[in-house]
Design a binder for this molecule. Sequence first.
Ligand code: DQA
Length: 149
Amino acid sequence: MRIAVFNGPNLNLLGIREPEIYGTTTLGEIESRLERIGAELGITLLFSQFNDEGRMLDAIHNCYGVVTGALVNAGAWTHTSLAIRDAFTAVQLPYVEVHLSNIYAREPERRHSWLAPGAIGIIAGFGADGYELALRGLVTALRNQGADA
Ligand code: DQA
């Protein structure tokens, strides 16, 4: 089973970006932890991070037929982009939405997600650990739905 892990704008700066909100774990460290869990679960992970929304849409399109599911932290696009949800829907790619912070306990403009209505589930507020929780939840859900391996 192949799982894509998408990170959106500014998440390349994890580690130095507002550590009081997002913690000090870097995106590279998060991806290394996910790699270990991926090996444990017997799945293949494909990592990408984008500061350009069009490129992220293209990358979602490229998953068509070759990727079983996705984790996505769309960063600020969570609160602005119906196009990202539409892209996942268009290529029939099930996804779990991840946020390091609890977006529902933050400023009003962060309390709405355009991705949430299409997600299998959402993990928010557990910092970097959320990616691990989301990956385990996604793989369990896909296997329960009869996905390969
Ligand atoms: C975030 C929350 C968003 O509101 C913010 O724009 C981010 C990170 C999170 O992981 O908590 O870039 O998605």
